[in-house]
Design a binder for this molecule. Structure first.
Ligand code: 6PG
Length: 472
């Protein structure tokens, strides 16, 4: 009996929540999992939420496929990497031309492109879909970034739009381009997510060690900031995390959490993508590097013993400056992320719609914010692609960059590692300087390797008459 509107394989946390979301929106979803016991657990959960009537559980893969209406849309929500390839091979014998596999994990976009290229000639539509918003987002409305087979996107569009987050009634779900476009955009989303979190952590460090604020006081500041231009999910949850108390000790929870951050790979991928495309993305790279440094706790303790504890910020620091510094850093980081996407789009022929991307990030995803609403409105007007040159943001940046400067300068003198904020400032200052210093680099390159340089009015392939350094 073909009764299901869509199928879903992989009932771990994200998959279960997506399936419940689909059922809640009135669609019938067939569910399958390699370990059949998990299907039973899922049905108990679905029943408890009154949604079991919209779920068709199937432990047998062939029977599972047979219950899905044609052309079939089959969501796979398994661990990124080899398990996705294995699942594709399991599915292939059961699918018909025109069916689609919708892969919703955090996959590397080049893997997605490879799978798309593999399945397209077989008549199977492959969709690589970035889903952001964590567990709660998956259950109640994530941001959905779709890439891959356009025809099959159209088949699944009503369901994907129905389950996505909404911003002013508009679904936070869009088709962004062929092949790996959706997963690429999700990767850059995560790079930006890393930057946002790192800069939040850096200003928290200034509050804690520079201004002597306790977690409760810092939490109040983030709560206040959440009412202003920084209004966003991450600022909101920073307020909550800082306010949390450990029930065992009664101490602020954040003070007990070890200062080593984990990472699963998407941040690194976004930094690598930027480098490969030749796009400067110092904030994203800084955020990834900061996580790596954080993980080296023992080395950091040993180095602190050698160099001594930081001297500390002297003089009065203004919380208003701190807020503006975060805003300026954020503008730079988003400018970089969108620049990476613009370059990748041109290189891969994706035609990524930057305004739409900003729009579908306004709700549901981890980086959702008021700022993205401003950004999408600015990009809709067209014009410059680098956010720093978009008229609506020029005014904000002119107002905010002196504060970023003050905080980074105070941080440097006080021996605070503002890796991401200072990387943002350095990018801004490099980006806005008409006359840089790469002329000397060109001279050096020509000196040791005859790489040539350009002189105004004399052409590009000029060389110097350099002295010999054989005796050096
Ligand atoms: C999201 C998140 C999510 C990501 C986590 C963990 O958009 O919902 O980006 O997809 O997996 O944030 O990433 P790290 O473990 O690398 O921090």
């Amino acid at each position: 009996m073909t009764t299901a509107d869509i199928g879903l394989i992989g009932l771990a946390v994200m998959g279960s929540n997506l399936a419940l979301n689909i059922a809640e929106k009135g669609y019938t979803v067939a569910v399958h999992n390699r370990t059949a016991a998990r299907i039973d657990d899922f049905m108990v959960m679905a029943k408890a939420q009154g949604l079991d009537g919209k779920v068709v559980p199937e432990a047998d893969l062939a029977a599972f496929i047979a219950t899905i209406k044609q052309p079939r849309s089959v969501i796979i929500m398994v661990k990124a990497g080899a398990p996705v390839d294995e699942m594709i091979e399991h599915l292939l014998p059961h699918l018909d031309a025109g069916d689609a596999i919708l892969e919703c994990g955090n996959s590397l976009y080049t893997d997605t492109q490879r799978r798309f290229d593999y399945l397209t000639p077989k008549g199977i539509g492959y969709l690589g879909i970035g889903v952001s918003g964590g567990e709660e987002g998956a259950r109640h409305g994530p941001s959905i970034m779709v890439g891959g087979a356009e025809q099959q996107w159209k088949n699944a569009q009503p369901i994907l739009e129905a389950i996505s987050a909404k911003f002013n009634g508009e679904p936070c779900c869009a088709y962004l381009g062929v092949g790996g476009a959706g997963h690429f955009v999700k990767t850059i989303h995560n790079g930006i997510e890393y930057g946002d979190m790192q800069m939040i952590a850096e200003v928290y460090g200034v509050m804690r060690d520079g201004l002597g604020m306790n977690p409760t006081a810092a939490s109040e500041v983030f709560k206040e900031w959440n009412k202003g231009p920084l209004n966003s999910y991450l600022i909101e949850i920073a307020g909550h995390v800082l306010a949390a108390v450990d029930p065992q000790t009664g101490k602020p929870l954040v003070d007990l959490i070890i200062d080593k951050a984990g990472q699963k790979g998407t941040g690194v991928w976004s930094a690598i993508a930027a480098q490969l495309l030749g796009v400067p993305a110092t904030a994203i790279e800084g955020a990834v590097a900061a996580r790596a440094i954080s993980a080296r706790k023992d080395e950091r303790l040993a180095a602190e013993a050698v160099y001594g504890k930081r001297t500390g910020i002297s003089g009065q620091l203004d919380l208003g400056d701190l807020e503006k510094a975060l805003l300026a850093g954020k503008i730079v980081s988003y400018a970089q992320g969108f620049d990476v996407m613009a370059r990748a789009s041109a290189e891969n022929g994706w035609n990524l719609p930057l305004a739409t991307i900003a729009k579908i990030w306004r709700a549901g995803c981890i980086i959702r914010s008021r700022f993205l609403d401003q950004m999408s409105a600015a990009y809709v007007k067209g014009g410059a692609t680098n956010l720093l040159m978009v008229p609506d943001f020029i005014g904000i940046m002119k107002d905010a960059h002196p504060s970023l400067r003050k905080i980074v300068a105070a941080g440097a003198l006080g021996e605070f590692p503002l890796v991401c904020l200072s990387a943002s400032l350095a990018y801004f200052d490099s980006y806005r300087q008409g006359r840089g210093t790469a002329n000397l680099i060109q001279g050096l390159r020509d000196f040791f390797g005859a790489h040539g340089f350009e002189i105004e009015g004399r052409g590009a392939d000029q060389h110097g008459k350099w002295p010999s350094t054989l005796g050096f």
